[in-house]
Ligand binder design. Structure first.
Ligand code: CO
Length: 219
């Protein structure tokens, strides 16, 4: 039986070091988590949310998938957003892509990868719709990195369009949605400065009015 012994050794050493620094650390965390941030990032092993942001366990709620895509029919992602917003009451949702993303690269190509092609279709749709056309960028490296940024901007909008985020804003909950990109080659985050903090900033088609209250008729 393969037991991945070195991982358990690492884990024990880490837990001991954490406990040494703060003997109450795990007790406090076990009792409650109150992160201020929800991170929606790529599943890429080189883009770990906590490490990049210099945050401790308990400080960021995390959802990761291939190419940090937010689809309004993805129950997994929506459930994470709902829990983060409505229960944890995070103040910031960060969509963070990264330059040189393999998922984004694959979406620009014609190779068949199997099931994942259905997921990457969301990216092809973004590529196809983008104006000015991404094809007009002749340098392939620049085109890929531009596409990585465009994808983040699109996913920020998708987060904002959810009933969950719009509902939070309607209730007066403080919530900002940010778009960032991470550089694999320098370890630095770049703010794309597309932060949205209210429904008023959305395209009107996607803005939802409050549900009308059911009228009660007395018999
Ligand atoms: Co990626």
């Amino acid at each position: 039986m393969i037991r991945l012994k070195h991982i358990f050794e690492n884990n024990r050493a880490w837990a001991e070091a954490m406990q040494k620094e703060d003997p109450e650390f795990f007790h406090k965390l076990a009792a409650q988590q109150s992160p201020e941030y929800l991170w929606i990032g790529c599943a890429d092993s080189r883009v770990p949310a906590n490490e990049i942001m210099g945050l401790m366990p308990g400080e960021v709620f995390v959802h990761r998938n291939v190419a940090n895509i937010v689809v309004h029919s993805d129950l997994n992602c929506l459930s994470v957003i709902q829990y983060a917003v409505e229960v944890l009451k995070v103040k910031h949702i960060i969509v963070c892509g990264h330059y040189g993303c393999g998922g984004v690269t694959a979406a620009m190509q014609h190779k068949e990868f199997g099931l994942i092609d259905n997921w990457l279709r969301h990216l092809k749709d973004i590529y196809q719709r983008h104006d000015p056309p991404l094809d007009s960028i002749t340098d392939e490296h620049d085109r890929l990195n531009q596409f990585c940024e465009v994808n983040v901007i699109e996913q920020v909008r998708n987060v904002c369009h959810t009933t969950i985020v719009q509902g939070a804003w309607r209730r007066g909950q403080e919530l900002a949605v940010h778009g960032w990109v991470y550089g694999l080659t320098n370890g630095l985050l770049k703010d794309l400065e597309v932060t949205v903090t209210s429904a008023a900033e959305l395209d009107s088609l996607y803005r939802m009015e409050p549900k009308p209250k059911p009228s009660i008729t007395t018999p």
